[in-house]
Design a protein around this ligand. Structure first.
Ligand code: UD1
Length: 369
């Protein structure tokens, strides 16, 4: 009889998923070359579909083309969840897998976990256990729902492990493996490259800020967003701010009566260009979670416009500081940065570039015996 060849569905749907799946795929491929019988099927839900939000990342990070694209596209939270549920369930009914591996906290993560677990397909969650405590963020709901129906938890921190233990998850289902997003960053450090506008804009290392904003709380309300941009303009002392504009943010920006001065508005950047910008920035202003992990590892000061974070180690160990969503807090934070008083930070435990390999090894042990 032939030995079993367990099939893992690797789910990706939105931009922050792509850098998290790349090292897992590469580690499985490396094990296959050594004789592992583990197979994977790459399922793209189609939540993000623009080249700049999706395709560019596959090309730059050497991710194979998806085996399946569910093509759900844009919609409300409920519409996207519903479409993914229906379409992924159909895929599993037509061709069942042995494990559904989801990463991060986007709508695709939660929806695929639900579809799989309801059909008795076990779920593994990479980046499990992190919590902001803020139920206004769709990502927090996605994390809680996903973790409540996950079989195997791959975690980035001891804080995440403890969050899971508190909800009754036994230790033998928690695997503290580190951070796959950091695997991707470290693997690509030597490939980072300036974007085409770098020279034309006269950018110099240490001579500009990078800003990313896309949380509904910061960008959906026109007057609030306008006040925020004005506060940024006043706090940066004439230093240019490179602002890659997320599609959600672009909609609000298009309705602003005056375009803010001092901001270099650019399209969403591909991975290698974006992280080149971050690596050489004087500082980063953001409301993203993932970016705070990258700035921590790159040692770049990071000002986060949020009240809470699901990644507390970026603050307690790294270079990140939470200043809340009141634009008035920007100036004192940047004054500290200009005065050279920003904390130096260190790198959290196991954020060492080997997380994908640890995950693939566990998957092999769990599934292929
Ligand atoms: C999603 C994730 C968020 C992540 C972010 C990164 C959820 C709940 N949120 O938020 O955690 O940080 O991605 O980008 O899953 N759009 C395009 N082109 C695309 C994709 C989206 O134009 O390729 C537009 C949509 O039409 C929509 C807006 O961008 O108007 C928001 O997209 P959506 O997928 O709903 O959520 P994000 O805000 O991107």
């Amino acid at each position: 009889m032939n030995a079993p060849q367990p099939l893992v569905d690797i789910i990706a749907g939105a931009r922050p998923n792509f850098m998290k799946i790349a090292p897992i795929i590469h580690a499985i491929q490396a094990r296959q070359a050594q004789g592992s019988r583990l197979r994977f099927r790459l399922v793209h839900t189609g939540q993000h579909y623009d080249e700049r939000m999706s395709g560019d990342f596959f090309t730059q990070l050497g991710i194979p083309l998806p085996d399946v694209n569910l093509e759900v596209g844009s919609g409300t939270q409920a519409e996207q969840t519903a479409s993914i549920l229906v379409r992924y369930e159909k895929l599993l009914l037509d061709a069942r897998s042995d494990l559904c591996l989801v990463v991060g906290d986007v709508t695709s993560t939660m929806a695929c976990a639900i579809a799989a677990q309801k059909l008795g397909v076990p779920v593994a969650h990479v980046e499990a256990g992190i919590r902001s405590g803020d139920w206004r963020m769709p990502e927090e709901i996605n994390r809680m729902v996903t973790d409540s129906i996950t079989n195997w938890f791959f975690t980035t921190s001891e804080v995440a492990n403890n969050n899971l233990r508190r909800t009754g998850v036994p230790d033998d289902r928690i695997f503290f493996v580190g951070n796959t997003m950091i695997d991707t960053l470290l693997a690509n450090l030597d490939r980072l490259r300036p974007p085409a506008f770098w020279a034309d804009a006269g950018l110099q290392p240490g001579g500009y800020f990078v800003m990313t904003l896309h949380r509904p709380a910061n960008v959906d309300d026109l007057s609030g967003f306008s006040r925020l941009l004005k506060a940024v303009g006043e706090a940066v002392r004439g230093v240019p701010v490179v602002f890659p504009v997320h599609p959600r943010t672009a909609k609000t920006l298009a309705s602003l009566p005056d375009k803010p001065a001092g901001l270099l508005l650019v399209d969403p950047q591909p991975y290698l260009e974006f992280n080149h910008l971050v690596r050489h920035a004087k500082g980063v202003i953001t409301d993203s979670g993932g970016v705070t992990e990258e700035t921590t590892v790159l040692g770049v000061p990071c000002v986060t416009l949020r009240d809470s974070t699901e990644r507390p180690e970026t603050v307690t160990v790294g270079t990140n500081e939470l200043i809340g969503t009141d634009p008035a807090a920007l100036k004192p934070a940047l004054d500290k940065l200009f005065a050279g008083q920003w904390k130096k930070g260190a790198i959290p435990e196991k954020w060492d570039g080997h997380t994908g390999a640890r995950i693939a090894e566990e998957l092999d042990r769990l599934l292929a015996g």
